[in-house]
Design a binder for this molecule. Sequence first.
Ligand SMILES: O=C(O)CCC(=O)C(=O)O
Length: 273
Amino acid sequence: MRTFELPPATVEAFQRDGAICIRQLFSADEVGLLELGIEHNLAHPSERAKVASQPDDPGWFFEDFCNWQENSAYRRFIFESRVGHVAAQLMGSEHVRLYHDHLLVKEPNTRQRTPWHQDQPYYNVEGQQNCSMWMPVDPVARESTLEFIAGSHQGPWLMPRTFMDNQAKWFPEGSLADLPDIEADRAAWSILGWDLQPGDAVFFHMLTLHAAGGVGGDRRRRAFSLRFLGEDMRHTPRPWRTSPEFPGLSEQLPAGAPLQHELFPQIWPRQQA
Ligand SMILES: O=C(O)CCC(=O)C(=O)O
């Protein structure tokens, strides 16, 4: 596993804003490896895969989750690149576990926006020491990139809803406040976003509000994301199907336990297999 010391200002920016961009963190070989992994994933989607765009969308928004065990390119990237060391520094955690991988592909002309949301309310984990990495293997223009509301990782938790039809399928209706209408008055918010080249990556907290636009007709937007758990993260079984779901986990790991389970391997410091 490769190492990469972050400047203190980058860690401070992550802790203050809940989102940062690191330019050219990954080599062309690593981007090429992920491209192979993504194409393999697209050709062999798991039963967890879903299409997150409407049937009449001129493009196609495809998502898949939790494929690292089947996908050797994903595994090599996760276990051999600098990503684990970077996540450890951002989370301020000595150890890093992988939570899951997430593929998000928008094909040319995808109209479907990714609506504003936080990730953690869809999950089965609680705690502060966490982060997600999102990196494209294609150039991404400012209008199609992932955007973040600076500071929103301080909370509160807001109502998770389905992306396409706004349904409350996780926390019961009324149990969490709804999101404000950020698009109605974008100037009122501190919105962060970076156009990205292959090799660049953004890192964000699981409570940071984020969203992304559709994509134009001239390019694909294939993005690969990894979610990481630090020391204070705890298992929080839910009475509903989390996204992603970890079937059978609540029978194996009690509520409040650290995520010490083969589904969530420690990636930093790297343990010998
Ligand atoms: O790729 C996108 O459009 C959305 C990404 C996202 O919401 C995430 O990675 O949590």
